[in-house]
Design a protein around this ligand. Structure first.
Ligand code: PMP
Length: 284
């Protein structure tokens, strides 16, 4: 297939394209032991890159991998790699670890077999006026007892993929995914917020979804700007009844929802304020 411009740092070398890194007996390819993170370079800035690199190392530890790179080293490699792209190219920054080690009983491979790569690829940000449609997914988020939800682990994502594929099969862009108790957790690819009577509400982190770096950043920016933000238990009914809904994630930052099921929503002023605050922060 056709890949956008891609550069990878692997074992001390920069390699262009979709570089092969795994063998047929590699634990990660066979049994799913990989973790990654995703930051973004756009408009000449890479906001919260330090937090994304640190979260990669936390994800590695959660899965039993050995975080062999320091966050600062990953940040330096990122700056080095970005210089291979034209200035201001929007780039997805994906550092990753995986286990090379062998055999199903090793769970995540031998810690000393942990491998690292940094993959950078060109990827446009959603246009400023993008807005999405949402439905309710029939699939749910696992709990910490059933999957390593505290890691940004590759093995979680087939569940997200089937949720988005199912939503698209019914004509929606994305889906709200519930946790095992039936409360709203997140979207398939981003965190989710709602606005009611001027106040912002988002699910409280309960170990079932990714506590997004953009989520945490937006909560702080909105609060610092004087907007009330409540992290609490929310049901799907709360979202059906919301004045505004928006998503947050590193990939497209803040994106408003224009329809939930058959109810039209106006992309509203709070989502716009969240987006503006993020851009101000990013350009600091
Ligand atoms: N939830 C899921 C499932 C995601 O894949 C992402 C994107 N990394 C997010 C939430 C948003 O997290 P962040 O703001 O850290 O990108």
């Amino acid at each position: 297939s056709e890949w956008s411009q891609t550069w990878n740092w692997i074992d001390g070398n920069w390699i262009e394209g979709n570089a092969p890194i795994m063998g047929t007996r590699t634990h990660a390819a066979w049994l799913g032991s990989s973790v990654f993170d995703g930051a973004r370079a756009f408009e000449g800035v890479t906001p919260d890159l330090d937090l994304h690199c640190q979260r990669l190392n936390d994800s590695a530890v959660a899965l039993g991998l050995n975080p062999v790179m320091k966050a600062g080293e990953m940040m330096e490699l990122t700056q080095d790699g970005l210089s291979r792209f034209a200035p201001d190219t929007p780039v997805y920054v994906k550092p990753m670890y995986w286990a090379e080690g062998d055999g199903i009983g090793t769970i995540a491979g031998d810690a000393s077999s942990t491998r690292f790569a940094l993959c950078l690829f060109e990827a446009a940000l959603a246009p400023k006026d993008a807005a999405i449609t949402l439905t309710l997914s029939p699939f749910r988020r696992p709990t910490l007892e059933t999957m390593p939800v505290n890691a940004k682990a590759g093995c979680l994502y087939p569940n997200n993929a089937r949720a988005i594929v199912e939503a698209k099969s019914r004509g929606f862009d994305n889906a709200i995914v519930l946790d095992m108790l039936g409360n709203v957790a997140e979207l398939t690819t981003a965190n989710v917020f709602m606005v009611k009577d001027g106040a912002v509400h988002t699910p409280a982190w309960n170990g079932t979804f990714l506590n997004g770096i953009t989520r945490q950043r937006i909560i702080k920016l909105l609060r610092d700007a004087g907007t009330e933000v409540y992290e609490r238990t929310l049901g799907y009914g709360d979202f059906l009844d919301a004045d505004e809904i928006f998503s947050t994630g590193n990939y497209n930052k803040v994106v408003p929802v224009k329809r939930i099921e058959d109810r039209e929503l106006q992309p509203g002023p709070v989502a716009q304020r969240a987006r503006d605050l993020y851009w101000e922060f990013a350009h600091g």
